[in-house]
Ligand binder design. Structure first.
Ligand code: GDG
Length: 739
């Protein structure tokens, strides 16, 4: 993996809701104070580390909400701050409203706490635009723009619209919910969230589950095509993947024995005088599972009386969002249950619960981590949970055991911890006992395994991994760049056409002369296209060949009186005007009887799919089947066919748009076109097509000819056009000249 200084970008622009510093006024002086949070400490540690390694760190610009004054301050040597000012009234509805009363509860599966308020949504849009206004002033070519979290869902797309070539990464710090949860949002909201995110080149989540939920929603809600983790967003590739955020492992591990921590540890040990310590530390939030946790601890005290007088649970709650009513009520409830527990079990010489509602300094936090015999991390839902990782990293000299909720992203990596479901009071109570009685060797064995993992994928590897993959996605996108036909090339082609004496048109039908439709029977050419073709055919210098995978019957019906040469079944049959259909190859068709029962099975196993039996081939269409089921069945069918085809070397499987076709290798669109081209002296040849079967055709067109593929897929054709409707325009160019 490349290190940060080896990755190809000039400046790093980080965008997050909050700036990493805020101004605090003391008397008449302002002081800059660092905001807490994983991202801030990650970036600070990263720049410190790069400096200590004497590596050049790219310039960092940080855009976030904050007072205007912050931009004047020289707060940190590694980066400059660019505050976005959001009027108070808007911020209340944006941050307090849409962010914390709509997205946060919904994405943490608290559906009944979710508020659906149009004015919140409008404020969210306004605020994202304010962020963009600031960003727009800053962006320069070569910048890497890294946008963070659920407050800025619309921003990647806003940047993309104005800066199509920008390198944009997006990272979501909270869970991404399953489709069924996301669809609770009004259609427009959920579409805008997904579209906003897909403006980025790379979209990072803490776990693979979140990434998959996102991809599924993108498929179902936006209808975008997806190949593994790659999403096709209007001719651009966006990747969605898991990047479980790491911590600065050494910072925690090494802090266990520094002076300030030692002093705190001593105080705590004096207070404990031999009792075991259980801790938890989280922001005040209903997602963190305080009530279930307290009930489990209460049950533990009831079920395991042998621990009375021998254990203390230090529950630290960091003040957060307490302007929101729901948070105030939660605090009240926590305090009521805490009081009940101490009231029931406490005595003058033992309080089983020490509850704190305040922030604590770093060294005190590490002291608690280091000394705790059990960490009780039991959120009902948590994107990752850094406290769990910090606790593991702070096991140094003294070893405890982590109890972790399976509803956290962290549980995915911390397999050696004791996993619980936070709603299971009984099992959580048992887990506390299990952690406290776990033999030392077992704790050490489990902790070292987890430490190893956290050391390897720490916060530095996390950022590097993200930037590396971002760069790779960008390369992939560059390689996919196709050559779109422009006006001047089109004029050049027309010029050639006008001067040519013998011209050949090879035109595919579905997707080229008509747009693709759900039911192939209704794919009928419109009158406009028909008129264009008639004009072309009327010119005696032109030969127009319609070359399709369709059956003879279909072609006859569509093109009855047109006077074009017809090629059916991918080149197997040809019919010249006024003549009968002729075969272009001699093939044995007995294989169809062997394949038919297999395809019949797949019709049963994939609702909505159909078999199309042609004279020379068989096709399995799944355009109307459920996307998810079809994507599984198509792979199974390909596997089954591969086995059969071992004994049928003359057969091939063609993959078209939502169709799999089995045919002989003895003919294709290319071989029949070669035959036609070689039989005459054309001085102008053009081939138009839209899918993979047309690639055979594009390949054989001489260099002096022209080839055009509809859509943005990489192709053997010289040019792409964005959509089918442009075909009419191209044909009209030629028919004008004929007139
Ligand atoms: C969101 C997601 C995801 C907290 N109190 C004090 C303090 N902290 C530090 C901790 C830890 C961080 O704050 C809290 O991080 P969490 O991960 O536990 O939770 P959220 O704030 O909800 O963060 C979460 C995270 O983003 C990162 O992507 O893991 O799932 O919800 O680093 O150490 N630090 C000090 N004193 C405190 O009182 N010094």
């Amino acid at each position: 993996m490349k290190t940060l200084d080896q990755i190809n970008f000039k400046r790093l622009i980080i965008v997050s809701y909050r700036l990493p510093f805020k101004l605090v006024r003391k008397k008449d002086e302002y002081y800059a104070v660092q905001n807490s949070g994983g991202l801030v400490s990650a970036i600070l540690s990263l720049s410190d580390k790069m400096q200590s390694l004497e590596r050049t760190m790219p310039e960092i610009l940080w855009v976030g909400m904050g007072e205007k004054k912050l931009s004047d301050e020289n707060i940190h040597s590694s980066f400059r701050l660019f505050p976005v000012e959001i009027p108070r009234k808007i911020n209340d509805k944006y941050y307090g409203g849409f962010c914390n009363n709509t997205i946060w509860p919904l994405f943490h599966y608290f559906t009944s706490s979710t508020k659906y308020d149009t004015s919140y949504f409008e404020a969210y849009k306004t605020a994202n635009n304010l962020f963009f206004d600031k960003l727009r002033e800053l962006i320069e070519p070569g910048d890497l723009i890294w946008i963070h979290d659920y407050q800025l869902f619309f921003l990647p797309e806003l940047v993309r619209q104005s800066f199509p070539k920008a390198l944009i990464g997006f990272f979501l710090h909270i869970p991404f919910p399953s489709f069924e949860i996301l669809r609770l949002l009004p259609v427009k909201w959920r579409e805008m969230i997904l579209k906003g995110m897909t403006g980025a080149d790379l979209i990072g989540f803490h776990t693979n589950d979140y990434a998959q939920y996102f991809i599924r929603s993108v498929k179902r809600i936006l209808g975008y095509k997806v190949d593994r983790n790659y999403i096709n967003v209007n001719n651009r590739i966006t990747k969605a993947d898991a990047f479980p955020i790491g911590i600065d492992f050494d910072k925690f591990h090494d802090a266990c024995f520094v002076g300030k921590t030692e002093q705190k540890k001593k105080k705590i040990m004096d207070f404990l005088s031999g009792k075991k310590l259980v801790f938890s530390l989280d922001r005040l939030d209903y997602s963190k599972g305080f009530i279930h946790r307290l009930k489990a601890y209460e049950r533990f005290l009831e079920k395991y009386p042998e621990w009375h007088f021998k254990v203390v649970f230090n529950m630290i709650v960091i003040p957060s969002r307490d302007i929101i009513q729901e948070y105030r009520l939660l605090r009240k409830e926590i305090e009521a249950i805490s009081g009940r527990i101490n009231g029931k079990y406490g005595t003058l010489d033992w309080m089983p619960l020490v509850y704190q509602y305040k922030s604590i300094p770093f060294h005190e936090m590490v002291a608690i981590y280091n000394l705790s015999d059990a960490g009780l991390i039991t959120p009902l839902r948590d994107g990752m949970n850094l406290v769990a990782k910090e606790y593991i990293a702070s096991q140094n000299g003294h070893y405890g055991m982590l109890i972790i909720s399976e509803m956290t992203g962290a549980a995915v990596e911390l397999n050696e911890a004791i996993t619980i479901n936070p709603t299971d009071t009984e099992k959580t109570a048992d887990a506390i006992n299990q952690a406290l009685i776990m033999p030392e060797e077992e704790k050490i064995r489990r902790i070292l395994k987890m430490q190893n993992r956290l050391k390897r994928y720490d916060i530095f590897t996390w950022t590097n991994d993200f930037f590396n993959q971002l760069e790779d996605t960008k390369k992939e996108n560059d390689s996919l760049q196709v050559n779109f036909l422009n006006e001047s090339t089109l004029n050049h082609i027309r010029e050639k056409y006008c001067h040519a004496k013998k011209r050949l048109f090879l035109i595919d039908y579905d997707g080229t002369l008509t747009s693709l439709v759900k039911t192939p029977d209704t794919a009928i050419m419109n009158d406009n296209t028909r008129t264009m073709l008639e004009d072309l055919i009327a010119d005696s210098r032109n030969t127009v060949i319609i070359i399709s995978g369709r059956t003879r019957e279909f072609m006859d019906e569509q093109f009855k009186d047109l006077g074009a040469v017809l090629v059916a079944e991918h080149g197997f049959f040809t019919r010249y005007p006024g003549n009968n259909w002729v075969n272009n190859a001699e093939i044995n068709l007995s294989w169809k009887n062997r394949i038919r029962p297999l395809l019949d099975d797949y019709i049963d196993r994939c609702n909505g799919s159909v078999i199309e039996e042609k004279y020379s081939s068989m096709a399995w269409h799944y355009r109307n089947a459920d996307e998810d089921i079809a994507s599984i069945r198509i792979n199974e069918l390909k596997d089954d066919l591969r086995e059969i085809l071992v004994n049928e070397p003359k057969l091939q499987v063609l993959e078209g748009d939502k169709v799999l076709e089995i045919k002989s290798i003895l003919y294709d669109k290319g071989s029949i076109a070669t035959h036609i081209i070689n039989n005459d002296n054309y001085d102008f040849i053009i081939a138009l097509g839209d899918d993979s079967t047309d690639e055979d055709l594009f390949k054989i067109i001489p260099e002096s000819g022209f080839t055009i593929r509809v859509g943005s897929k990489p192709t053997n054709a010289r040019f792409n056009i964005k959509n089918q409707s442009q075909i009419v325009k191209i044909l009209s160019f030629f028919s004008d000249c004929s007139r």
